[in-house]
Unconditional design. Structure first.
Length: 95
């Protein structure tokens, strides 16, 4: 067998970096997800509530969104509609 270098998830991704918006009112959860996703090569932005998430979506149009279902100012299901309104093909993961 030939000598192959380690292949990371970043190497396997396309040349265009995908962006992810993480929405959670718990700072620790936002940080854990942000660190892990950045390690995998994603550009990550975070929001602590629905209002901030809406601003982030309008400003940066993330490729993917991960959101807590229970937020202090809006339900995750209501936020889901907003997240998909700008891009109906945007994957949204509710946790």
């Amino acid at each position: 067998m030939g000598k192959l270098g380690k292949i990371s998830r970043v190497d396997l991704m396309t040349s265009e970096q995908k962006s992810i918006l993480v929405v959670d009112d718990e700072a620790a959860m936002r940080e854990v997800l942000k660190v892990r996703l950045e390690k995998w090569g994603y550009a990550v932005s975070t929001a602590e509530n629905g209002v901030e998430a809406k601003r982030q979506v309008e400003a940066s149009q993330p490729d993917i969104a991960i959101s807590d279902v229970v937020l202090p100012d809006i339900s995750g299901l209501d936020l889901l509609e907003t997240l998909q309104a700008g891009n109906e093909n945007r994957p949204v993961v509710l946790i």
